[in-house]
Design a binder for this molecule. Structure first.
Ligand code: IMP
Ligand code: MG
Length: 192
């Protein structure tokens, strides 16, 4: 049984900017190890390529990778949203996949599944490269905001419709280094 989420005070250096800890360091660590066991079971004996989206996955990915005891390859796709000159969906690819995924098993890793626009676009691009199968792993899922018909196969935590930062997730490129997932103080977000 999962304990009900408690509202934790952030460590002192972060209190001015972070209102509360939504997911503590200890809960993140426990959950990452459970996800790793599921991934090991599902991909045992397969030719696995982990494809992670930059930049939000770096912290989660570093922990997850070291917990998965399987032979695997690793590559990255860079995507950036809401940039000037972005195409439909406001998405630009800033780094293309280099490894050959044709006929291989792909585990696509992202930080958060929100509207689903990012992962839908990336999935379509990946499928065109003809992998044997593609599974999706996200640290966080915010189902309330979904506009695309997409679901993840491995979800760390399902969270309410609130903007979160930390453990790789940013606001305006800041807060990625928080060791927990937290909520911003009101007033930090522009217009918030
Ligand atoms: P989607 O395309 O709407 O699913 O959004 C996915 C991307 O939006 C994620 O990879 C994040 O970079 C960003 N994002 C969505 N929600 C949050 C949040 O609460 N905090 C930080 N970034 C978020
Ligand atoms: Mg982001």
């Amino acid at each position: 049984m999962r304990k009900p989420a408690r509202t934790l005070r952030p460590p002192p250096p972060w209190r001015r900017e972070i209102r509360s800890v939504l997911i503590s360091r200890a809960r993140l660590a426990r959950r990452v190890h459970i996800l790793a066991r599921q991934i090991e079971r599902d991909f045992a004996g397969s030719d696995l390529v982990i494809v992670a989206l930059l930049n939000g996955t770096v912290v989660f990915l570093a922990d997850l990778l070291r917990a998965v005891s399987l032979p695997l390859r690793l590559d990255f796709i860079g995507v950036s949203s809401y940039r000037e000159g972005a195409g439909p969906g406001g998405l630009v690819f800033t780094k293309e996949l280099r490894l050959d995924v044709r006929g291989r098993d792909v585990l696509l890793v992202d930080d958060i599944l929100d509207t689903g626009r990012t992962l839908s676009r990336v999935l379509a691009k990946l499928r065109a490269l003809q992998p044997r199968r593609v599974k999706i792993c996200v640290l966080l899922d915010k189902p309330a905001r979904r506009v695309e018909n997409i679901a993840a196969d491995y979800v760390g935590f399902t969270i309410p419709d609130e903007f979160v930062v930390g453990y790789g997730l940013d606001y305006a490129e800041k807060y990625r280094n928080l060791p927990f997932v937290g909520l911003l103080q009101p007033g930090i977000v522009q217009g918030g």
